[in-house]
Design a protein around this ligand. Structure first.
Ligand code: BMA
Length: 331
């Protein structure tokens, strides 16, 4: 039977969704969501955000051979908030994993007593961690590293929040020679205005993915409605050699909350991907996302389809992103 209003989406949800939920843990857990994802030791590794019933989140490892089923939650691996660090006082959230050489660089939100900020840690085994400190002060979230340097500078996409209401919340790009000192901050993709699906508040999803056309970006946008917020995702493409150049941005959202597990939970109406994996065939993409801030899900798509969609659904040039697009400013 055809569902009323069934959107033609680019992603196929796994029919075993949700793949991980609170009842999979031996102790009391409030919610498990917004996982980072990477291939590790021949399988798929998720770094789950596990929110306990105190309200604080930790990061916990789950692995699966096929990336879809038989998840093994390993609570001995992961990142526990360090109570001695002010930047992690209220937990660690929403990891994005970038593999660089043999190391996994995890950019995550540290919930500090002074607001959410962007922190970096790295690991080889997801057991032993080397914290690299705060990359961006509060309030800042939705950040990930590129896996390569550009003219000997690392690049970070992040999402600072202006402290004046009405200015919108946009994606920024910053560079660093050493992963410690960050500068050259610039607006990368600005939220649109008015009735656009990605008006007012946007942020990066999974880390950038290198494709034949450039760096593919998946970002979320928050639409405020009379009955709450809707978190959906869309696509953009950055230049391969100069990631500050936005080559393309889709004018439509491509994945949004639809299923009951996305519509019911702590925050209804949320799909929030923090990780995606391009499989060995060079085309299959698995995207891992939190649904309704409550459970972990996966959906599958084809890279060729995503690239084709970007070509077929371009934003008007003046809305494509970048600091000169003219959408920043009082509404
Ligand atoms: C964002 C982040 C995410 C969360 C989303 C929906 O601001 O805090 O962790 O999933 O809101 O509540």
């Amino acid at each position: 039977m055809t569902r009323i209003n069934e959107p033609r989406e680019l992603f196929t949800r796994f029919n075993g969704n949700p793949i991980i939920c609170a009842s999979d843990f031996p102790h009391t857990v409030n919610a498990v969501f917004n996982p980072g994802a990477t291939e590790f030791e021949g399988g798929t590794l998720l770094l789950l955000r596990v929110e306990d019933r105190t309200g604080l989140s930790s990061l916990v490892v789950a692995t699966s051979e096929n990336g879809l089923t038989d998840w093994n939650i390993d609570q001995t691996r992961g990142l526990t908030p360090d109570a001695d660090l002010v930047e992690e006082q209220w937990g660690v959230e929403d990891p994005r994993i970038t593999r660089i050489g043999d190391e996994y660089y995890v950019v995550y939100v540290g919930y500090s007593a002074f607001g959410p900020l962007v922190s970096l840690t790295k690991t080889r085994d997801f057991v032993n961690w080397e914290r690299c400190g705060v990359l961006q002060p509060p309030e800042d979230k939705d950040a990930a590293l590129f896996p390569t340097t550009f003219d000997d500078r690392w690049a970070l996409i992040h999402r600072p929040v202006p402290n004046m209401p009405g200015l919108g919340t946009h994606m920024w790009l910053s560079y660093s020679p050493d992963l410690t000192y960050w500068g050259e901050a610039q607006v990368l993709i600005a939220a649109q205005r008015g009735s656009h699906w990605d008006a007012n508040k946007i942020g990066l999803g999974p880390p950038p993915l290198l494709t034949k056309d450039g760096w593919l970006i998946c970002y979320h946008a928050v639409r405020t409605t009379a009955s709450g917020s809707i978190y959906r995702v869309g696509l953009a493409m950055l230049d391969r050699d100069d990631p500050s150049t936005v080559i393309a941005r889709s004018n439509e959202w491509i994945f949004g909350p639809r299923e009951p597990y996305e519509q019911t939970g702590d925050v209804p109406g949320v799909v929030f991907p923090c990780g995606w994996i391009l499989r060995d065939d060079g085309d299959t993409v698995h995207i891992y996302y939190g649904a309704a801030d409550t459970v972990v899900c996966v959906a599958e798509t084809s890279l060729a389809t995503l690239l084709d969609h970007l070509e077929q659904h371009p934003c008007k040039p003046e809305s494509a992103g970048g600091p000169l697009m003219g959408t920043i400013g009082p509404p």
